[in-house]
Design a protein around this ligand. Structure first.
Ligand SMILES: [Zn+2]
Ligand SMILES: [Zn+2]
Length: 309
């Protein structure tokens, strides 16, 4: 049985708050893209893994976070440029929309304040604080956190994840992003499928197959004018490959990647292809936690040994 996973890094302003020049279009598209993705996933009945930045679930904050073990200045933007931009710093309405959706989305974590875990200056204390705060907020919302998506895919402190009860994280993709990825999979015919593995902490690494918005800017415009959207072509290949085999195809994106209608069209084209394949084959759509459950579940043989051996 082939399987498809879609994961989303849901962050509003938090994906960019540490950048000297946040990309305005992306920043301003966070809410729009979030709603568009929820509507599309609802229309095509596709459950996704939504990794949410914990700070978005706060009612309010002092923009100071003085007790928080982050480097000086980490929350500066909340006090300066974005002091009046609560729409970028909080998103309880949007988180509620995920939880109340008719589709059984997975609620996952994208840390508390988008700390980059793989950076050497991110110490264990900060990693713990990010998990601790996220878990507290989830509990306030009657949720647990089973899957974690590292901000900017910067992997680190996996032992802390394991300590905080996480079972799965999104690992890095074996496929290159953007134009190179298109080359690898179309010209070199490289597989788009990934294999989840269990790491030394017992966490399941569910690697990404492809980032759906790695082919942007002028190259995209040219490609679309002479051909069709290369990312749709690639996603279709991945979906078909998963349907043909019993492999896993894992796509990911940020809601804020949907900056224009043409981005909505890309997602609609991919989701309608997925819908077709689901109806024609026994292809399934799963969440990261469901994948982890399958990977760690003892095999029939092991169960028999545990029981009888
Ligand atoms: Zn704050
Ligand atoms: Zn992010």
């Amino acid at each position: 049985m082939g399987s498809v996973v879609i994961s989303l890094d849901a962050e509003l302003g938090w994906g960019f708050h540490d950048l000297p020049e946040p990309p305005i279009e992306r920043v301003e598209s966070g809410r729009r893209g979030w709603k568009s993705m929820l509507e599309l996933l609802d229309e095509f009945d596709v459950p996704a893994t939504w990794a949410v930045v914990g700070h978005l679930m706060l009612e309010d904050c002092d923009a100071d976070h003085a007790e928080y073990p982050a480097p000086d200045g980490w929350f500066d933007r909340e006090r300066t440029d974005w002091a009046d931009r609560k729409d970028l710093r909080f998103g309880r309405d949007l988180v509620r929309d995920i939880l109340e959706s008719d589709v059984a989305h997975e609620f996952a974590s994208h840390s508390f304040s988008h700390v980059l875990f793989g950076r050497p200056e991110t110490d264990r204390e900060l990693a713990i604080a990010e998990l601790e705060r996220s878990r507290e907020l989830a509990a306030e919302w009657d949720r647990s956190i089973d899957s974690f998506i590292y901000p900017r895919n910067s992997i680190g402190h996996r032992d802390v994840l394991a300590e905080y009860g996480i079972t799965a994280y999104r690992g890095s993709s074996p496929t290159r992003d953007g134009v190179r990825g298109v080359f690898d999979s179309t010209i070199r015919d490289r597989s788009m499928l990934v294999t989840p593995t269990v790491d030394e902490y017992g966490l399941v690494d569910v690697p990404a197959s492809m980032f759906l918005f790695g082919f942007e800017g002028p190259a995209r415009t040219v490609a679309e004018s002479i051909w069709e959207d290369p990312m749709v072509v690639l996603a279709r290949r991945g979906i078909d490959e998963a349907a043909r085999t019993d492999g896993l195809f894992h796509m990911w994106l940020h809601p804020n990647n949907l900056t224009h209608q043409r981005d909505d069209r890309r997602m609609r084209a991919i989701l309608s292809h997925l819908e077709r394949k689901r109806s024609e084959t026994d292809l399934t759509v799963e969440t990261m936690t469901e994948i982890a459950g399958r990977v760690t579940e003892p095999t029939m043989g092991e169960r028999a040994t545990a029981r009888w051996g």
